[in-house]
Design a protein. Structure first.
Length: 393
């Protein structure tokens, strides 16, 4: 079978020329011949040989390799990030270092996480040539698997493929930071900025808004990237909120997942689904049993299951559970759910029109009635189980 590589050959001379266009530098592109092999890509070896011979660099669409080459925009991103000379800046996906060198000029230190070893090599060389190597720490890893060190700010033109989990990792990851200035796909940025009632408003916006504020900075045309992607981009600044509502985040994610499972359906329609009723009844029973056991000092392990939030459960269990419940019990439970929705005036509301305050109020009404939410997550599946749970759909 003929293999058509999903990558674009970009001549290094052109990249470096654009990178240094301000200083009008000419480039010894041979300086950047490729030596490392990316183990992940089977066809990489062939390309490396080609790259050595022809002195160009393949950029992978699969890795979101679109380099931002406009110095004016790079400067604007750095300026809007309000970097202090004492700051450590985290950059995800530095690529060939267009933004990195500018960050190094403004910050005390840059920690750059880059998945592609070829990029890491180029970055090291470029930074060393400028004598800035002592202030950079490059981690050659998948940013979604890497443990983030302490940082004050994030400034990055990220690979768009990891936008959702990365934003979740930043805002829910437990690392305190001042702000994250991110270049994102325009549509994704619009969703982060959306307000209740906007057509783009969805669960992502709801979950991010719970813990952070998002500010629009500017749109960036696709023509500013090399190679030119299919989509336009926008820069936004995400600032963690000083005060976050007192809510169990695992439960919040599970709750918003249920509410937004059909974002244009009314909450009445979503919560009356038989499958949902069974799931919530099962959880209500488990939770109340666990709570009783905890209170009377028995079976502490079960009590921990709910609070620990990562109990491995299978949704198939709901089927067996359903057959063990009487019709009366299910009917009463469903009426209870509908009663709660009616009391709060939520039955005919659509989740995409509700503010976080309203959603938090609904969750508290459910909790007061002994109804809880919990995602089915296997903790062994992912290093970042909470983020995966928050954003897998
Ligand atoms: N910031 C640079 C490059 C952007 S291209 C610039 O503006 O010019 C995106 C970069 O992210 C690429 O270098 C790509 O190799 C890297 N990347 C892709 N997936 C990644 C991941 N999961 N973790 C870390 N880096 C990643």
């Amino acid at each position: 079978m003929l293999f058509k590589p999903k990558s674009t050959p970009i001549y290094l001379a052109r990249i470096i020329f654009l990178q240094n266009s301000q200083r009008n530098l000419s480039t010894k592109s041979s300086h950047y011949s490729r030596k490392n092999i990316d183990d992940d890509d089977k066809d990489q070896k062939t390309r490396d040989t080609k790259e050595d011979q022809q002195d160009h660099l393949y950029l992978y669409k699969s890795k979101g390799q679109h380099l931002l080459t406009n110095t004016r925009i790079l400067d604007a991103i750095v300026r809007r990030s309000n970097i202090r000379p004492t700051d450590t800046v985290l950059e995800i996906g530095p690529g060939t270092g267009n933004l990195t060198v500018k960050l190094l000029e403004a910050a005390k230190k840059v920690v750059a996480i880059e998945i592609d070893k070829r990029m890491v090599d180029i970055l090291h060389k470029r930074v060393s040539e400028k004598g800035l190597q002592d202030r950079i720490h490059v981690i050659c890893k998948d940013a979604m698997k890497a443990e983030f060190p302490q940082f004050d700010l994030v400034v990055a033109n990220i690979p768009y493929g990891i936008s959702s989990p990365l934003v979740a990792k930043l805002v829910y990851g437990g690392n305190p930071f001042r702000s994250a200035t991110l270049l994102l796909q325009k549509e994704f940025a619009r969703r982060l900025l959306a307000k209740p009632g906007d057509s783009e408003f969805n669960r992502l916006a709801v979950n991010v808004k719970l813990v952070a504020d998002v500010e629009f900075v500017m749109d960036v045309s696709k023509r500013e990237f090399l190679p030119c992607p299919k989509v336009d981009s926008s820069v936004v600044i995400i600032r963690p909120k000083a005060e976050v509502p007192d809510v169990n985040l695992d439960e919040w994610w599970a709750f918003t997942r249920t509410c937004f499972s059909k974002k244009n359906k009314t909450l009445g329609a979503t919560f009356k689904q038989k499958k949902k009723v069974i799931e919530l009844l099962r959880l209500a029973k488990t939770t109340s049993t666990n709570r009783e056991n905890t209170i009377i000092g028995k079976n502490h392990e079960c009590g921990d299951d709910y609070d620990g939030s990562h109990e491995e459960e299978d949704t198939d269990g709901d089927v067996g559970f359903a057959s063990s419940c009487s019709v009366v019990e299910m009917t009463l439970f469903k009426e209870n759910i509908v009663g709660i929705l009616k009391t709060g005036g939520f039955e005919d509301k659509r989740p995409s029109k509700l503010s976080n305050e309203e959603l938090l109020h609904l969750l508290s009404l459910f909790n007061q009635a002994g109804i809880y939410f919990h995602d089915h997550v296997n903790p062994k599946d992912s290093d970042n189980v909470s983020f995966a749970a928050a954003y897998s759909s």
